[in-house]
Design a protein around this ligand. Sequence first.
Ligand SMILES: C[S@@+](CC[C@H](N)C(=O)[O-])C[C@H]1O[C@@H](n2cnc3c(N)ncnc32)[C@H](O)[C@@H]1O
Length: 363
Amino acid sequence: GSSGFRVVPMDGKGFGVVAEKTFDAGDLVYQEAPLIMWNVEDATKTQLLNLVAAIAVLLSVFLLVAFNAVGFTPLPLAAAAAFALRRRELGMPEELQEQYEQLSSEEQDQLKGLSDCSSGEKTMMGILRTNGFSRGASSSSSTLLLCPVLARLNHSCSPNCQQSWDEESGQEKLYAMTKIQPGEELCITYCDLREPRDKRREVLRAKYGFLCSCPACCHTDIETSDARRTEIARLQENLAAAQPADGVEMAKRVLQLLDDEGVPDLMLRGLACTEAVRHCETLSDPQQARSWAEKAYDFFSKARGPTSEIAQDAKALDWALDSQMSDDSSRMSQLEVFTCHVPKPGEGRTSGRKKPEEFELLH
Ligand SMILES: C[S@@+](CC[C@H](N)C(=O)[O-])C[C@H]1O[C@@H](n2cnc3c(N)ncnc32)[C@H](O)[C@@H]1O
């Protein structure tokens, strides 16, 4: 309502999020602090410890029975194992259970109401896998975030929004990537959009349990669509190592293909522009380099906000190039600074949906 969107039942998709007002590309649609932040790696360690405790208890029971050595039974170990084996609500691992118990009962209900795409009984782990975002841009991030409102965003292969984790505010943010009209559904991507349709469908089916029939998947000329997406992936892969003059043309081609394919992905666009900056540098064409740096800033500031690190880096790069037009000294260092913060293409949403190991929404 007051946020400019509403969570409503959608045909064949459970709930979804629909715009109630107009959004422009780059508008911050919503930001939400996660109710759960769950680190998969820490949890694995705890599971291991629990396993050790359980083995220890079995061993002590064995000692007890075998030698009737009641007096030597390691009671602390038995206690640890009992702790490890206690029943957990909704089958949650301990850390998750602890965080869950800190929440108010309304918040708990909110989480329990989220969808679980795994078959069988609903579990908190299933809810986390279906709805969790991975923290940070990296697909290797092992922390899953559960945000009950943003969890209602459905998937599209030409999404109009993009979510990202903002470490500074501790919030997951949703930006509009295109102009969005009232009544339009807000969608993000759960998968790598540069894959062909059948591959995307396979991933979405396996991780999220649905057959994608978004407009891009129902494209009448799916071969052309697949060819474009495959070419985008190939160009991006070869962009950095290309000959400078080719590299600039390849960056232009990436932007053109994204337009043709109706994929507004502003991060992919921004990344292509930063490669073009580098190539123009090599070609000693600071004017062109600046114009690409400006484009990169524009894309990144719409995708992540103008004060985001990646947008600020692009701006700093533009300034460095500007001063380089009269003084050559500061530029390399700026380019290096920038490189550090740029995520690799394809690192995005799900991980949950990236498998906890792989893409950003967990979705
Ligand atoms: C993170 S939830 C999204 C919100 C969900 N629709 C709900 O009702 O809470 C992910 C689940 O939504 C459904 N979903 C998401 N995008 C979809 C789409 N494009 N078509 C059909 N179902 C979709 C799938 O069941 C998926 O497992």
